[in-house]
Design a binder for this molecule. Structure first.
Ligand code: PBG
Length: 335
């Protein structure tokens, strides 16, 4: 049946678009301040507030410089931050990721002292802490390649998770794409008494070049090779459902798809397959940088494109969005 056939001249979809209030009334999805999580880069040292060149408007903060940013985040009504660390030292095993005075552990304690009214999510991965920049322990893999060893890495991730929980993290978000990471972290948290701390798994994380600016921001670029032996192939959509299923089975409380904008089909498929599991999407550094760069050139309207990109991610099926635009979009929504 064709909608605009001869017998359907009375169909006028534009009727519902005629009045701005009517458009408001029939809108299918809405973006709200409560849907957005702000990423923060925390650097060791003091007095640090360094702008990140490829991410205009974003900074690396030392722990002592975080307070005003946290105040702004709270004042805008955002519900949560997710923390990434730039440690004082790196080594082969990423030891600085799991020590009591680690930079993220210190940041969590400082934020918790400042406010109890903000969720503090701790990203959990070793790439910012290893001298080789990979997300786990490097080993010869038995078929003649140097690769990240899955199971040795799991043991370290478990220690990192407990350390972050002890510092006061409200939620642990493992992003390293190791098989079995959610189960191992769940067990470790439970044994340490943190049965109430949820796991937000970066279950579906692609080996994406959209992470480029983040690797400057978090100083976590691999020093050799790439992440294709653990992060997903951008060509694979259906495989996302296996990744999600495995993590749900291991006890993930929430799932994530990352990046967001080029993977809206994957967000939609994961939401449909797991409607009862809250789904996050990460609008990553490269997505942010592209919009910022085009806006700086005057080629795009930054505010409009920002809001449209975020709304599209919600429309695809994400329940909430990790985005460097969180503060800016909250300002627009509250205006
Ligand atoms: C760490 C991690 C990365 C991002 C989030 N966590 C980098 C990577 O996997 O290479 C990227 C976030 C962004 O680009 O904004 N594993």
């Amino acid at each position: 049946m064709t909608v605009f056939g001869e017998n359907n001249m009375n169909v006028r979809l534009r009727r519902l678009r005629s009045h701005p209030r009517l458009r408001d009334l029939v809108r299918e999805v809405e973006l709200s301040v409560a849907d957005m999580v702000m990423p923060l880069f925390v650097k060791s040292g003091s007095g640090v507030r360094s702008p990140i060149a490829s991410m205009p408007g974003q900074y690396q903060f030392s722990v002592d410089q975080l307070a005003s940013q946290i105040d702004a985040i709270k004042a805008h009504g955002l519900p949560a931050v997710i923390l990434f660390g730039l440690p004082a030292y790196k080594d082969a095993l990423g030891s600085a990721a799991m020590c009591e005075d680690g930079v993220v552990q210190q940041a969590i304690r400082a934020i918790k002292q400042q406010t109890k009214d903000l969720l503090v999510i701790a990203d959990l991965c070793l790439c910012e802490y290893t001298d080789h920049g990979h997300c786990g322990v490097i080993q010869e893999n038995g078929i003649g390649q140097v690769d990240v060893d899955n199971d040795q890495t799991l043991a370290l991730l478990a220690r990192q998770a407990v350390s972050l929980a002890q510092a006061g993290a409200d939620m642990i978000a493992p992003s390293g794409m190791m098989d079995g990471m959610v189960g191992v972290i769940r067990t470790a948290l439970d044994l340490a008494g943190f049965t109430a701390i949820p796991i937000l798994s970066y279950a579906v994380k692609y080996a994406s070049s959209f992470y480029g600016p983040f690797r400057e921001a978090a100083d976590g670029a691999p020093q050799f090779g790439n992440r294709r032996s653990y992060q997903m192939d951008p060509a694979n959509g259906q495989r996302a459902l296996r990744e999600a299923q495995l993590d749900v089975d291991e006890g993930a409380d929430m799932l994530m798809v990352k990046p967001a904008g080029s993977y809206l089909d994957v967000i939609s498929a994961v939401k449909q397959a797991f409607p009862a599991v809250p789904l996050a999407a990460y609008q990553v550094s490269g997505e942010y940088a592209m919009i910022k760069a085009a806006a700086e050139k005057g080629w795009l309207d930054e505010q409009q494109v920002m809001m449209e990109s975020l709304l599209s991610i919600k429309r695809a099926g994400a329940n909430f969005i990790i985005t460097y635009f969180a503060l800016d979009a909250a300002a627009v929504l509250r205006a």
